[in-house]
Design a binder for this molecule. Structure first.
Ligand SMILES: [Zn+2]
Length: 268
């Protein structure tokens, strides 16, 4: 039996152990991979190209997925579904209905038909609306997977000025997508913003706007360590039922002689 006939009744995919148990040797699998009869979805899992979804699209056109279509592979935050497949076909023409991106200039994913993280982010900065690419870069930079200096260096000249401006909105510490979006829109509105400010009697707050308005963003990390460290009022609040999300709470700051809040700036 050839590997296609073995995989089709099994949903098109199988683990390496299953394949070896059925008599397909490592050498056979390597040859099947090299000739693109199968692809490796992840370590130890193989699939027929036509059963591999958008990976199969990339393989059939000798291209790699990039931009928003590659975001799930690198576990990047996203705001919207990709819709059309975002492809980098190199010197080839891309198939109709796909969004074609430029050549990849960095090492690609080690086994999937996917661009490397650097190309994925650079393509997203040139392709997507600002907030969509911002959250992707924020999640990668926040984990330390890539540095902003590296990306800036790769985006020289006037034609990349817009992309570099998006990088200026990446914040040093973001606990949720909502925090990134709030920071972006506050700054875009021309407001003076400080993040993660310690307020006496309250604790650390997410935003202090124009030195007079506290904005709390209660996102997915509502019960995580930093939030629980907030003041007594916040501790009491988080001890109960989890509130609906997202929740943005506005509080007018109580007048205080300590106008600087006594906390550190968020580095925005
Ligand atoms: Zn794109």
């Amino acid at each position: 039996m050839d590997i296609e006939n073995f995989l089709r009744p099994r949903g098109g995919a199988a683990r390496a152990a299953t394949l070896r148990g059925a008599g397909f040797s490592r050498t056979y699998l390597d040859k099947a991979l090299a000739s693109r009869r199968i692809i490796r979805l992840r370590r130890g899992v193989y699939s027929l190209p036509e059963e591999a979804g958008i990976f199969g699209v990339a393989l059939r056109h000798n291209a790699v997925l990039t931009c928003l279509s590659a975001a799930p592979v690198y576990r990047l935050w996203t705001l919207n579904d990709p819709g059309a497949v975002h492809l980098s076909p190199g010197h080839h023409a891309g198939p109709p209905g796909t969004l074609i991106h430029g050549k990849c200039r960095h090492p690609r994913h080690p086994w999937l038909p996917v661009a490397g993280l650097a190309d994925v982010l650079i393509h997203s900065l040139r392709c997507l609306p600002a907030v969509d690419s911002l959250v992707m870069v924020q999640s990668a930079a926040g984990r330390g997977d890539i540095s902003l200096d590296f990306l800036r260096h790769k985006l020289p000249g006037n034609r990349n000025a817009g992309s570099r401006a998006i990088l200026d909105n990446v914040i040093p510490r973001a606990d949720s997508v909502l925090e990134v979006l709030a920071n972006f829109h506050f700054r875009k509105a021309g407001l003076q913003v400080r993040r993660h400010v310690e307020i006496e009697g309250v604790g650390e707050v997410d935003f202090l706007i124009e030195e007079c308005l506290i904005v709390e963003i209660d996102g997915g990390s509502h019960l995580e360590a930093r939030q629980v460290k907030k003041g007594p009022e916040a501790k009491q609040r988080v001890s109960g039922r989890r509130p609906p999300r997202p929740e943005v709470r506005l509080r007018r700051r109580r007048p205080s002689p300590r106008a600087d809040g006594g906390g550190r700036a968020g580095g925005t």
